[in-house]
Design a protein around this ligand. Sequence first.
Ligand code: SAH
Length: 195
Amino acid sequence: MTPILAGKILWVLTVVGWYVIRYPFERRARRNRVARTRRGVPETIRMLISLSGLGILPGLYVATGFPRGADYSPSWLQIGLGLLVMIGALALFRLTHKALGKMWSVSLDIRERHELVTTGIYRRLRHPMYSAFWMMALAQTLLIPNLVAGLAGLVGFGILFFSRIGPEERMMEETFGAAYRAYCERTARVLPGIY
Ligand code: SAH
């Protein structure tokens, strides 16, 4: 086994783990109907960009080796760090889904009987699922030994994150008003105490 092969296998396992965690919540949330949404062309574009960076480009690399010119040889230490970050990302991802429960959405939706979740992993952070995605993108960078396919996750998710966070917080504020403003004051976005 080479570090390159180990990295590729671990990246595939990350995607499988991500889907296994998400699927039951996706099914459950379908039963809680959407009351209002911020979906639209900009939201679709940023989701496609993020999907390309976190899924399509690294998937193409794992399947075909494209783009070969950007390959490099990773050390076992790099792959080991990638594994640790991957485990942390998936654990955090699961905590966020458990806390959001029926309020979960793949996009920007407010559901019928939507409640503001401020407990569990949402006590100190207001976007812990995005923290998990940042960690997943970092794990991808460590596990995929190709400068283009490896870094595509950070770039793709970064574009989604910085363009979505404003509309998402406005939507939450319109829905929950003073309660959300107070919640913002006592929480950080993705890094406790820092940002
Ligand atoms: N930004 C959050 C959630 C992403 S999922 C995070 O990173 O953890 C996006 C959906 O979650 C949106 O449709 C929004 O309505 C919902 N949401 C986000 N924060 C929430 C909260 N604190 N309580 C309830 N729903 C929330």
